[in-house]
Structure formats: structure tokens, C-alpha cells
Write a protein that binds this ligand. Structure first.
Ligand code: NOJ
Ligand code: MG
Length: 579
């Protein structure tokens, strides 16, 4: 009897804990400033997001990741944080956040927040205290003395390190009489992870938001947490070697090879410790807490974030769709990009596919509008987590932003009114296109929003596409719905380039219908014979048909003859179960 009761208890507890939701999560990245402005100040806000949650649910998203919503002077649009526990007033209040959480919960959408551990704002209380050398805060940041020029007596930065946004990564602080490191803008002083107190403060930030019920974090710029330790370099921060990249000048970030400011060995341990902290919340809150880390690095470094034999880690963002696939990539190359991640990823870990974010040119611009359906389908059909940046589901493209309207510090710091656009991240941050009214329905006010709306909003907008069965949005939604099938969640993966221009992704699970994504990258229609996919049942049905396909949703197709028009992305499901 006792054993039976115990077993019942264990079974109930186990079913109440949702351990697996994240492994196949479809996550929508919201850039709050540009999503929906509910109060007419030209800046998106939390209430705007809350209003739109039913739409996100309807589309099929499991979770939203919000780019930073915290108190900030916005030199880097919220990635410079004054107080990790306060909401930026232009985005709303803590009450608004709690309302967002409760509406999201009632809809079954999980909320993931941006965690920015590498730096705070220079307006943060910690920085002010550290500059004054208040006891306990002295070493919160990366302080060091400058170098005195023996001839002129001028004090110069301690070494040649360059900020990600150009020019010296060191800034002199008069209060302290020393330089501090900022890997990003001057207003983003780097925290010192060699301080135990900093480590503990930042863990408390995680606990604060977990206690409010968030489902995990996206971790910003994680590979910048540590810099080379002066102890090992005669008490100085060592100069970085010149990269030799042609066309770069000493003020450019690319001018140096960042061997002392990125990917330091100590980084990974910190990530594993955060993972342990998140794991403590699993029994408390009955769900797994996701952690996705942002690092643009080598594949070998990325893989280390996944963990070790004895430690659990994070999901390192897979940026290969952003960096390694271009407008002209052919089917062989795209297959190779997919296979590479699947090959290097340690067994038992979860893959992920990122098609865009607020730092990169939009998919429709980077890879061409005629590849929007194909790239969305690939991300959603492949195993693991898929992340969609707001607007990619409707095929938004980069806006054109004049020098006068430019806001991104990375572009402003070029000081170049002609070439600034090459560095600018504003074009992918323009307001979301809800409809064809003034300001694309982004703002309740017809005044100028914080960034101008992209010009093509009258033709590319959600209202238009939601009513059009042949649209990027409908295609996305159809694919998202098939994604929830056991086959796409769990099935085996097969990737084939049938030719230079045809890519076929198959997912097969015994006892369930097979799912097949076919992409024609070429300008010509093709009739494909897929008989060589022996395990695939012969009769298929079209379950999602991209904007360029002539074969419509619902059509019956035989695997020996699949017609794909030029640039068509087609999703098929087998009539019979596999295999
Ligand atoms: C990466 C963020 O995505 C980017 O927007 C920001 O500028 C830097 N990290 C610094 O926080
Ligand atoms: Mg750092």
C-alpha cells in the first residue's frame, strides 16, 4: 500500500514537471521598442506586446524572448542597463510586466528574458559606487591605470584594445582617476567576473526574474565575460595582435585579433554555474528553464557551451544560417551548413536554428525575398529549437534609414554619413508592419516613431497576409502547425541535395506519418522523383505551400513525381505511417 502511494506521488510529481517543452520550442524574438506602441509615444511597449499575445499564440509560438526591457539610458537600446530589477519607463511598469506574464501564462506562451551579464550602464548604482571606490564595490568593473607617455607626460589608454563599436575600449573616469574597459559603447562598462561579489550579484538577478516566473534567459555577449588576466602578463593587459584583415584601420574592431578579450576559458564555468542555478527552479516551478547563449565564435568554442561530461550547459545560438548562407548559396552548401551543426553537436543535446535577430540584416534582404519561405521552413522543420525574429514570419526586409535618422551606436560611431549604413543595425529594427495604415499600425499616434517604418509596409504587412491564403504568414503558420507533430518533434533527420538547386529535408518516425520539406532554389520549375527515399511512404499530401508554389495545400502528390515551381518551398506529409 505504502509503495503504491509513493509511486502515485512520484508519477504525479513527474507529470507536473514539464521538462521537455524547450527541446522543440518555437521561440519568437520581440524587440520591444519596435513591436507595438500602445501609448502613442512612438516607442513600442509592454502593453503593446500583451495586446498582441493572442496573435502570437494563434501563429503557433511556444515562447517569446524579449530583448532588454530594463531601466536604461538606451545608448545601446537597453543593452546598457542601469538597474536589472526595474522596467524602463518608456516600456511600462512592473505591473505591466506582471500583466504580460499572466496573459502569456493563460495563453500557454512562455516568457524568456534577455540577460546582459557582461556590462551594465555607466549610470548604474554599482558603477557610480565603484568609481568612488566605495568599500565592497572597488573591483566590480575592469579598472586600470593608463600609460604615461615619457616624452609628453600625456596619459593614454592602457593598451590597444578596441570596442566592438570602434575606437578604444578604454575610457578615463575622472572620479576614479583610472580607465575602465567597455567592450561595447562608452556607457557599457564591463563587469569584472574575477570578483566573487559580481558573480553573486548577477546570480541574484537571475533569481529575481525566475521568482517572477520567467521560463529562462537569452544570455548576451557571453564570450566577453572575461579578458586575459594581467597576472599572467607582467601585470599589464596585453595588446592584441593585428588581424591583417585588409581595409581595416586601428579604430576598427576587426583590426585586431581578439585573443585576449573573447572566449577565455573561464567563461564556460560561469555558464555551467548559471545552469545549475536555473535547474534549482525546475522542481520549484514545475518546468525546465531554458538558457540560450549568444556568442559569435568558432564551432569548437560554441560546442563547449553545451556542457561537459559532468556539467550541464546552455544552448549556444547557432548563427550559421546568418553567417554561412547567402543569396547565392546552393543546395549543396545549405545541406553542408545544416549537417555541420548536427555533426559537431554532442549527442543527446538540442540543436537550434536562428534566422534573424536585431543585430543582423533581415532574411529577406540577406538571402532574398524569394528564399523567405524556404529559410523559415528549414528552421521550423529541423530538429530542436527554432528562433524567429519579429517580422520574419511576414517576410519583412531591411528599412532604409538616412544618416539623420540613424540611432544605432554601431553606425553613429563610424562618424561617416556616407558609409554608416554598412555598420547600421537600424534597418532590421524598424517598426513591425501590422497593417497598411499610418506607421504600419505600429503606433497609436501618427507622429514619427523612434525609427521610420520601412517603405514597403503597404504591401508587406500582417493584415494583408492574414487574409491571404498564399502569403509568407500563412505558409509560416501551416509549417508551425506541422512542427507540433510527433514526427517533427522526434523523428530522424535526413538531408539531401538532389542537385545544386533542390534540397530535401525528411523527418521520419516509425508509426507516424513522414514529413518532407522540398526547396527549389532555382529560377526554373522542376519535377522531382523522390523514389530513392526508400523509407518514405509513396503517397503524400501538401500541408504547406509557399508563395511561389503552384501545387496547393491539400493536393495529393506521389513521391515519384513532385512538382516544384521556381523558388517554391513545399511541405508534404505522407498519407501512410512510416516505416
Ligand atoms: C549583443 C546584442 O544583441 C547587441 O544588440 C548589443 O549591442 C551587444 N550584445 C552588447 O550588449
Ligand atoms: Mg567583459
Amino acid at each position: 500500500m505504502r509503495v503504491a502511494i509513493l509511486l502515485l506521488f512520484v508519477a504525479t510529481a513527474a507529470s507536473a514537471v514539464d521538462l521537455d517543452w524547450w527541446k522543440t520550442a518555437l521561440i519568437y524574438q520581440i524587440y520591444p521598442r519596435s513591436f507595438k506602441d500602445s501609448d502613442g509615444d512612438g516607442i513600442g511597449d509592454l502593453n503593446g506586446i500583451t495586446q498582441k499575445l493572442p496573435y502570437l499564440k494563434e501563429t503557433g509560438f511556444d515562447a517569446i524572448w524579449l530583448s532588454p526591457i530594463y531601466l536604461s539610458p538606451m545608448y545601446d537600446f537597453g543593452y546598457d542597463i542601469t538597474d536589472y530589477r526595474q522596467i524602463a519607463p518608456e516600456y511600462g511598469t512592473m505591473e505591466d510586466f506582471k500583466k504580460l506574464m499572466s496573459v502569456a501564462k493563460s495563453l500557454g506562451i512562455r516568457v524568456v528574458l534577455d540577460y546582459v551579464p557582461n556590462h551594465t550602464s555607466n549610470e548604474s548604482d554599482w558603477f557610480v559606487r565603484s568609481a568612488r571606490r566605495e568599500p565592497g564595490y572597488e573591483d566590480y568593473y575592469m579598472w586600470t591605470d593608463g600609460v604615461t607617455d615619457p616624452e609628453t607626460g600625456d596619459v593614454k589608454p592602457p593598451n590597444n584594445w578596441v570596442s566592438n563599436f570602434r575606437k578604444s575600449a578604454w575610457e578615463f573616469n575622472k572620479v576614479r582617476g583610472q580607465y575602465y574597459l567597455h567592450q561595447f559603447v562608452i556607457g557599457q562598462p564591463d563587469l569584472n567576473y574575477r570578483s566573487d561579489r559580481v558573480q553573486e550579484e548577477m546570480k541574484n538577478v537571475l533569481r529575481f526574474w525566475l521568482d517572477l516566473g520567467v521560463s529562462g534567459f537569452r544570455v548576451d555577449a557571453v564570450n566577453r565575460l572575461y579578458e586575459a588576466d594581467p597576472k599572467n602578463y607582467g601585470g599589464r593587459y596585453p595588446d592584441e595582435p593585428v588581424s591583417g584583415i585588409p581595409g581595416t584601420v586601428p579604430d576598427d574592431y576587426e583590426y585586431l585579433d581578439h585573443i585576449y578579450t573573447q572566449d577565455m576559458d573561464e567563461t564556460y564555468e560561469v555558464v555551467y554555474n548559471w545552469r545549475d542555478l536555473l535547474d534549482e527552479y525546475i522542481p520549484k516551478q514545475g518546468e525546465y528553464k531554458i538558457m540560450m547563449t549568444e556568442a559569435y565564435s568558432t564551432l569548437n568554442n560554441m560546442i563547449r557551451y553545451y556542457g561537459t561530461k559532468t556539467r550541464n550547459g546552455s544552448i549556444p545560438f547557432n548563427f550559421s544560417f546568418l553567417g554561412d548562407i547567402t543569396k547565392s548559396s546552393n543546395a549543396w552548401e545549405i545541406k553542408t551548413v545544416i549537417d555541420k551543426w548536427m555533426t559537431y553537436m554532442p549527442s543527446g543535446k538540442t540543436a537550434n536554428w536562428v534566422n534573424g535577430n536585431h543585430d543582423q540584416s533581415r532574411m529577406g534582404t540577406r538571402q532574398g525575398v524569394d528564399r523567405v519561405d524556404a529559410m523559415n521552413m528549414l528552421a521550423l522543420l529541423l530538429p530542436g529549437v527554432a528562433i524567429t525574429y519579429q517580422g520574419e514570419e511576414i517576410g519583412m526586409t531591411d528599412g532604409e534609414i538616412s544618416w539623420e535618422d540613424t540611432r544605432d551606436p554601431q553606425a553613429c560611431n563610424t562618424d561617416d554619413p556616407i558609409n554608416y549604413y554598412k555598420k547600421s543595425r537600424d534597418p532590421c529594427r524598424t517598426p513591425y508592419h501590422w497593417d497598411n495604415s499610418t506607421n504600419a499600425g505600429f503606433s497609436s499616434n501618427s507622429g514619427k516613431p523612434w525609427l521610420p517604418v520601412a517603405e514597403n509596409y503597404r504591401s508587406v504587412n500582417l493584415a494583408e497576409q492574414i487574409n491571404d491564403p498564399k502569403s509568407h504568414y500563412q505558409f509560416y503558420k501551416d509549417v508551425a502547425s506541422v512542427r507540433k507533430s510527433p514526427t517533427v518533434r522526434d523523428g530522424d533527420l535526413d538531408t539531401r541535395a538532389l542537385s545544386e538547386s533542390v534540397l530535401v529535408i525528411t523527418r521520419l518516425l516509425p508509426g507516424s506519418p513522414g514529413v518532407l520539406g522540398v526547396v527549389n532554389l532555382s529560377d526554373e520549375a522542376q519535377d522531382l522523383d523522390l523514389s530513392s527515399l526508400h523509407l518514405l511512404p509513396a503517397q503524400l499530401r501538401v500541408v504547406a505551400s509557399g508563395v511561389d508554389c503552384s501545387v496547393e495545400k491539400g493536393a495529393a502528390v506521389s513521391k515519384s513525381n513532385v512538382h516544384v515551381s521556381a523558388h517554391c518551398a513545399l511541405l508534404l506529409q505522407t498519407v501512410d505511417n512510416c516505416c
